[in-house]
Design a protein. Structure first.
Ligand code: SDX
Length: 425
């Protein structure tokens, strides 16, 4: 017999269905709560609220587990590639050789953007943040691809949009970087793999080391999807109004930009550099972080779901040493990061709040070692997360009972006001 939750409100008792996920997560289904009781629920920040069911990604925050379509992140990061992982999250299965070849060719075919987009990128000030350039040019693609702006895309159009945006986010990001450096755009080279070509389009050098390309590929894999995080939830929210896919993804880019979310990777590097330049020791800096009157946060630490190590942070930390050793890079900021982690993990403030390094704590160190500038770090996060955003959007629009997202609220404002003429106010 299916599990029920009993809710007693005054004289009335309501039975609410309990649903159990395939990883034994439990949820009280309140779909009919307001109709039955007149009550809604309130959950600021959605700390306890499931917005949807999803078969794409699973996290266990207590055990530090992350899986894409049932595959552990550790196995995927070790054995897969970014494009193969993109295929997996979107289509729900690992591709055959033929499927992978066709998908890679289709992504590589989107090796440029319309002239109008190029003109628009060049119109930005050179010191514009590349996330502004990315977000505005992603939504601007809707002006050039009308057929993909239909309210309901066919399966073939969804496949096309998926490959197109994976291809073109790389192009727009590389062009944005080149423009910020006052350099000419570098044309994509289809003979290179996705990551090598991205680095080639940023640097103009086709000789990209395998180690560098592999390190970037692993970083992109680790960022592909992460359940209903802020930017993915924004994609679902905007996409639920049947806004076109370009506007929908642009909303994800905007949400990701925030320093509490994807912008944290840039904020971590700025924090480490500030500690280094100020000569502060870790204890001094952490004392500021713990001071309630200070706005300082240990960026790259803490997570809404992970109350244990973020498994991605563990993988990236190991990759940090490997990549820096391979490249012969000595980065004092890595030593500061490791020192901060060591001290914080023994400090009651962090331990009691279950604050551990998250995906953003070490990722910037690797991007820096790969020659990617700090203000491009969140763009790298967006490139990695794009397949997850699109997979989640596709899952939403194809789900039975798909509805526009429109949360309720509890009103706490004035009740009855009478209009007064301006002269009498
Ligand atoms: C990402 O959701 C996802 O899955 C996101 C992501 C993904 O892949 O999509 O994993 C990517 O966004 C990772 C998070 C990157 N952000 C940062 O590193 C920014 C620093 N971290 C925090 O701001 C914070 O930890 C959040 C935003 C990540 C989570 O915030 P919550 O869940 O709302 O928790 P909270 O702010 O209520 O903190 C609880 C307590 C508070 O102290 P008290 O009020 O209980 O005394 O912990 C403290 C906070 O002050 N705290 C921190 C802290 N994070 C939480 N104190 C110092 N430094 C921090 N980093």
């Amino acid at each position: 017999m299916s599990e029920k939750a009993k809710l007693v409100l005054g004289e009335n008792t309501y039975e609410l269905p309990v649903i159990t996920g395939t990883e034994n997560e439990k949820a009280i289904d309140i779909t009919k709560l307001r109709a039955q009781s007149g009550y809604v629920t309130l959950d600021s920040g959605y700390m306890n609220t499931g917005a949807c069911t999803s078969a794409i990604t699973f996290l266990d925050g207590e055990l530090g587990i992350l899986k894409y379509r049932g595959y552990s992140i550790e196995e995927i990061a070790e054995k897969s590639s970014f494009l193969e992982t993109a295929y997996l999250v979107n289509y729900g299965k690992l591709p055959t050789e033929a499927e992978m070849k066709a998908f890679s060719v289709k992504v590589a075919s989107y090796d440029d953007v319309p002239e109008g987009i190029k003109t628009q990128i060049k119109a930005f000030p050179k010191d514009a943040h590349p996330m502004a350039v990315l977000s505005s040019n992603i939504v601007s693609l809707s002006a050039f691809y009308h057929s993909l702006c239909a309210q309901d895309l066919t399966p073939a159009q969804k496949d096309e949009a998926f490959a197109q945006l994976i291809g073109q986010i790389k192009v727009v990001s590389a062009y944005a970087y080149r423009h910020s450096q006052g350099k000419e755009f570098v044309k994509s080279d289809k003979s290179l793999d996705y990551c090598s070509d991205f680095i080639h389009m940023m640097t103009g050098d086709k000789n990209v080391s395998r180690d560098v390309a592999k390190a970037l590929d692993v970083l992109l894999i680790l960022h592909v999807d992460h359940e209903q995080n802020c930017s993915t939830s924004s994609v679902r929210m905007v996409g639920s109004s049947k806004a076109n896919i370009f506007a929908t993804i642009s909303a994800g880019v905007d949400a990701l930009w925030g320093p509490l979310h994807g912008g944290a990777n840039q904020a971590v590097l700025e924090m480490l550099a500030e500690i280094k330049d100020s000569g502060k020791d870790y204890k001094q800096f952490l004392a500021e972080v713990k001071d309630k009157n200070s706005s300082s946060r240990l960026m790259g630490f803490g997570h809404r779901v992970y109350k244990n190590f973020d498994p991605r942070a563990k993988i990236i930390k190991v990759a940090c040493d490997t990549v820096l050793n391979t490249l012969g890079v000595q980065d004092p900021l890595l030593d500061i990061a490791k020192g901060l982690e060591e001290v914080a993990l023994k400090d009651e403030y962090f331990v009691s709040r279950k604050l551990y390094p998250n995906v953003d704590f070490y990722s910037g160190i690797i991007y820096r070692a790969l020659g990617i500038p700090t203000n491009m770090f969140t763009v790298m996060f967006a490139i990695g997360r794009l397949p997850g955003w699109m997979a989640q959007w596709k899952e939403m629009v194809e789900q039975d009972g798909f509805k526009i997202c429109r949360p309720r609220q509890i009103y706490t404002g004035d009740v009855t006001n009478k209009y007064k003429d301006i002269k009498s106010r």
